[in-house]
Design a protein around this ligand. Structure first.
Ligand code: MN
Length: 283
């Protein structure tokens, strides 16, 4: 199932070029007031939500092109990110001083994972609003994994049971010497979309991915070339902190990262998920 959030916080199921508005299915879950520490309430109840959608009747259908797509996850507690998780991106980082700034490009096992602020999260219907235009702002195309079940110190073998689904992530990045969590947490610098594809639709997440800027191909790769794969990333992250439903894991970017400027249009594609188009403006 492809689940999206759109317009004024509506919930939709995407089929082809159309969205069915299934917002009323949420009522059947009888969600109480939000409780701290439990993560995103809708993602936490995803299988119940899917059952309510399958059993419900919904009349309103809208063209995908006619809505504003929001982040498919409303309230993650963390955006967990893997740095330099493709060897070809590590190589380009070492080769380009604009990217590595002396010490940021190291082997992922040495640098470990970092966090982006959740306040940076947007969907593809909202523009990326660039700041610090005198410096380089780069796109990073990444497969995003959405956690479905509380994961505390779990083993890699159990990791897939904890995944709700997948989406396309853009880990937008201001280049420079500051800590990653600072440069990558600018408002709008975490794009997630165009929808959440539930894990049952992607048994083996070895997926082709591509990113174009103004039609020009910049990144093209397959997630099978990750250095640290998804189960190991989940084991590693959850050995430090509990992953909650709705938490997002940005799995890292392949080579081809490059600058964007206001007026650019980013088109990002991942196999079995889809394509999203995101506008770039100045803040
Ligand atoms: Mn990244």
């Amino acid at each position: 199932m492809k689940l999206c959030r759109f317009d004024d916080n509506r919930l939709g199921v995407v089929e082809g070029e159309f969205i069915t508005d299934v917002t009323s299915a949420i009522q059947t879950l009888q969600l109480g007031p939000p409780q701290p520490g439990l993560g995103d309430p809708l993602i936490a109840r995803l299988s119940d939500l899917q059952a309510a959608i399958r059993n419900g009747t919904f009349d309103r259908r809208i063209a995908v092109d006619a809505v504003k797509l929001l982040s498919p996850v409303a309230a993650p507690t963390k955006l967990v990110c893997a740095p330099v998780n493709y060897l070809d991106h590590q190589a380009e980082g070492f080769a380009d001083p604009a990217i590595h700034h002396n010490r940021h490009v190291a082997k992922i096992r040495e640098v470990a994972l970092f966090l982006k602020a959740t306040s940076a999260l947007i969907g593809p219907g909202e523009p990326i609003r660039l700041r610090h235009l005198d410096r380089r702002n780069d796109h990073e195309l990444e497969l995003a994994v959405i956690i479905g079940k509380r994961a505390d110190r779990i083993q890699a073998e159990q990791a897939f049971e904890h995944i709700a689904g997948y989406a396309i992530g853009l880990d937008m990045t201001l280049r420079g010497p500051e800590d990653r969590s600072f440069r990558k947490s600018i408002d709008t610098y975490a794009v997630l979309g165009p929808w959440l594809v539930t894990a049952d639709e992607i048994e083996e997440p070895n997926l082709d991915m591509m990113l174009r800027v103004n039609g020009e191909l910049r990144q093209s790769a397959n997630t099978r070339d990750l250095v640290v794969h998804i189960p190991q990333l989940i084991e590693w992250a959850s050995s430090y902190y509990t992953l909650h439903p709705g938490d997002v894991l940005y799995t890292g970017t392949p080579s081809g990262v490059g600058p964007v400027v206001p007026g650019d249009v980013i088109e990002a594609y991942i196999e079995k998920i889809g394509t999203m188009t995101v506008a770039v403006t100045a803040a």
